[in-house]
Design a protein around this ligand. Structure first.
Ligand code: NAG
Ligand code: NAG
Ligand code: NAG
Ligand code: NAG
Ligand code: NAG
Ligand code: NAG
Ligand code: NAG
Length: 432
């Protein structure tokens, strides 16, 4: 039976795990990025977003080429929002893991509080003695936002990640008292693409790469279609936009109201039907943030998001292998994507001169990077990423069983986190 809306949406995080000490802060960065100059088409209403998806996925067409007018140099100062954690009751070791989230998430992906933090990557990494710095990618969450076409593109984000890394190495982040001699870059999805990209441009600025939800194949056309892209600020007006919610009405009221209506007028909707109608569709997005004192993220209209939990499941989650309650949380706390990101995600250098260890760690049923089956080719689709790393000291592809693209949101995620820490230990990057 599906959980009731109130039990899954009105979350109470009881008790906090104590294996780590964390702080949030902002890291200012100055970056220069040579990147695409795109013709900006209107992205104001949901149908504009649909038009964008149609042209992007059209057979035989190359919409990137249609929109690309040339290249330009972006120069700017931005803020990167970070959460820094160190192991509790222990002197931090010499290695810090820099964690870059994928599309649709923010830095909280790595330290999910759901179920008393038992999905948290950071809990496991700090247990093994690593420190972690999870960032909101440039353009997303509490980091600086920007023009969704011509500012928030892959290269600018890679430059921001590189600037944060350099500051970390030089001890230029005032809130961080420890000195780290080694930095491991851990990514998920687009965050993996950017970690790889950093290793290609600045190979000496990383000591190890953990690329989760990654391969060199792309099934993004299906992903884009399945997302059913809408304008982020219309999808969650009170959270991703800046609409002011009226007082005195909440999610439970909507559920109860619909139930009462269904019973009174016998409209043929069972409580289960009503749960489906509200919780799994855009109705739940519409009402997010309605009765919360959250600071609205107020993204400009060109920022896009997938429609609802059904699109989220198709592209990120394997049925029966994730807790629907956590799926609802992921949907409720989702972050948007920019057209500039979508148009540049595939433009990374073909190979990287990085000469340290590389782990590609991808879920068996990954949709965007394996088309739903990482074993559909031999060697496996993630294993083929070896060609990107001609000089790596080690290249290990690992396929996490019974798991789709949103690795950290699946049952058994913790066993995967342990595999990753063991990989680091056995490749010269042990925490102690
Ligand atoms: C960091 O920020 C998050 C999100 O606002 C918040 O939930 C968390 O309590 C903060 N953590 C610390 C240690 O301040
Ligand atoms: C589409 O056009 C872009 C920009 O000209 C180019 O970089 C890319 O390789 C093209 N893609 C394909 C699949 O031809
Ligand atoms: C970064 O954040 C600080 C403190 O909130 C603020 O004063 C500054 O203007 C921000 N810088 C940018 C480039 O947004
Ligand atoms: C609004 O939120 C408060 C605090 O969580 C809660 O006590 C109240 O019942 C909510 N009201 C509605 C109408 O959902
Ligand atoms: C949202 O952003 C717009 C455009 O930058 C600004 O005019 C508006 O005041 C912002 N809304 C809030 C609530 O800050
Ligand atoms: C977290 O705990 C729940 C309930 O005990 C369990 O079903 C789930 O598999 C755990 N998640 C992880 C990632 O271990
Ligand atoms: C859980 O993950 C570990 C590590 O990848 C794997 O060895 C194990 O088979 C997985 N268990 C299930 C039930 O998928």
């Amino acid at each position: 039976m599906a959980p009731s809306i109130s039990s899954v949406l009105l979350l109470v995080f009881a008790g906090l795990a104590t294996a780590k000490q964390c702080q949030n802060f902002t890291i200012p960065v100055d970056i220069t990025a040579r990147q695409g100059k795109f013709l900006e088409i209107p992205l104001e209403g949901n149908l504009d977003a649909t038009t964008f998806s149609q042209l992007l996925t059209q057979n035989g067409a190359n919409y990137t080429a249609t929109l690309l007018q040339g290249y330009q140099t972006l120069q700017g100062s931005y803020n990167i929002s970070a959460k820094y954690c160190i192991p509790d009751n222990e002197k931090p070791g010499p290695i810090v893991q820099v964690l870059s989230h994928g599309i649709g998430f923010d830095k909280s992906y790595w330290d999910l509080s759901y179920n008393n933090y038992n999905y948290s990557y950071v809990e496991v990494a700090t247990d093994y003695g690593y420190s972690t710095l999870a960032i909101d990618r440039l353009g997303i969450g509490a980091s600086s936002h920007g023009d969704p076409w011509n500012e928030i593109q892959a290269v600018a984000e890679v430059e921001a990640l590189n600037a944060v890394t350099t500051k970390l190495r030089r001890g230029e982040i005032p809130q961080i008292k420890n000195k780290f001699s080694k930095v491991v870059h851990v990514g998920h999805s687009f965050g993996s693409v950017e970690s790889y990209w950093l290793s290609a441009l600045y190979p000496s600025n990383t000591d190890g790469l953990i690329l989760t939800g990654y391969s060199t194949a792309s099934f993004i056309t299906t992903t884009i279609a399945a997302w059913n892209l809408h304008i982020a600020r219309l999808n969650q007006p009170y959270r991703l936009g800046d609409a002011s919610p009226p007082a005195g009405f909440g999610f439970e009221d909507l559920e109860k109201g619909l139930q009462a209506l269904a019973h009174k007028f016998d409209i043929g909707l069972s409580d289960q039907d009503i749960w489906n109608t509200i919780a799994t569709t855009e109705v739940s997005n519409l009402i997010q943030g309605y009765n919360e004192t959250i600071c609205p993220l107020n993204y400009s209209s060109g920022y896009l998001t997938w429609s609802d939990l059904t699109a989220n499941q198709f592209t990120f989650l394997w049925p029966g292998r994730y807790d629907i309650g956590l799926g609802l949380v992921a949907e409720a706390t989702k972050q948007p994507v920019t057209p500039g990101e979508i148009l540049t995600i595939g433009s990374a250098p073909k190979t990287s001169p990085f000469n340290g260890p590389v782990l590609v760690f991808t879920g068996e049923y990954d949709q965007p990077f394996c088309g739903g089956n990482c074993y559909a080719a031999s060697p496996s689709i993630p294993a083929q990423a070896k060609a990107q790393f001609p000089k790596a000291s080690a290249f290990v592809p690992y396929i996490q069983p019974h798991t789709a693209h949103g690795l950290n949101v699946h049952y058994n995620a913790t066993a995967g986190y342990k595999y990753i820490q063991s990989f680091l230990s056995s490749h010269g990057l042990a925490a102690a």
